[in-house]
Ligand binder design. Structure first.
Ligand SMILES: [Zn+2]
Length: 231
């Protein structure tokens, strides 16, 4: 399909309405950012916007969004990301909607005058950070692999950008809980590890254990732990 044909699917009227509403909203004031237009994420937000305040099923939403973009139906991650990463107020399975627990696999977009409270507290925690002093202390290098900021990374061959690595993901992000990490190390770590101040892994988080070990390995670990605890 050519680029021009694809743009024909873009619903300009709804997008304009959505943008007008967003521009005077609490979300905008709280520095939530709209996705770029004509992207899958923008398409997802438009779908949610059209179904504001009502529960939408993941599968139904995916069929509609992919249908609008004329691509085969697939897993749409932006349904989750728009809330957790971008700050839009979208209820998900397990959260309360009209006094009842929303079943898993359902989403409710609550409009632009509210935001994801977890996202906003994460942002508040991130304020007051003195990342440039922290980077100075580490010689502007990744604490974990030593890659130098602004230089080519020896594995990825990309220019190194230092990110705020969370030493202990279960604690909030303050100056004592940050190490500079290159994108490569930070992405690999996700919230799977607890690091010391030298960027070395201190231990795995429970989320990391559950995610990184296979079922059989987890069963072995469970048995070893049970035996260990009996001693
Ligand atoms: Zn690194």
């Amino acid at each position: 399909m050519s680029k021009k044909e694809k743009l024909d699917y873009w619903d300009e009227d709804t997008w304009r309405k959505l943008k007008d509403e967003f521009n005077v909203s609490k979300a905008k004031k709280s520095e939530v950012k709209l996705p770029r237009e004509k992207t899958q994420k923008a398409q997802t937000l438009m779908y949610l916007y059209k179904n504001k305040n009502s529960a939408v099923l993941k599968a139904t939403a995916e069929a509609a969004i992919c249908g609008a973009m004329d691509i085969p139906t697939k897993d749409i991650q932006s349904l989750r990301h728009l809330s957790k990463q971008d700050g839009f107020k979208i209820l998900q399975g397990g959260e309360l909607h009209n006094g009842a627990k929303l079943p898993s696999g359902q989403y409710v977009f609550c409009g632009f005058d509210d935001i994801n409270s977890f996202w906003s507290s994460k942002r508040r925690d991130a304020e007051g950070l003195d990342f440039s002093s922290i980077k100075d202390n580490y010689g502007h290098s990744c604490a974990t692999c030593g890659a130098k900021e602004g230089k080519e990374h020896r594995y990825t061959k990309k220019i190194v950008v230092l990110e705020k690595g969370h030493m202990d993901p279960s604690n909030k992000m303050d100056n004592s809980n940050i190490i500079p990490q290159c994108k490569h190390c930070n992405t690999v770590a996700k919230n799977h590890f607890v690091f010391n101040c030298h960027g070395r892994v201190k231990k795995m988080t429970i989320a990391g254990i559950l995610k990184l070990y296979k079922r059989g390995e987890l069963e072995n670990i469970k048995k070893e732990i049970e035996d260990h605890l009996k001693k």
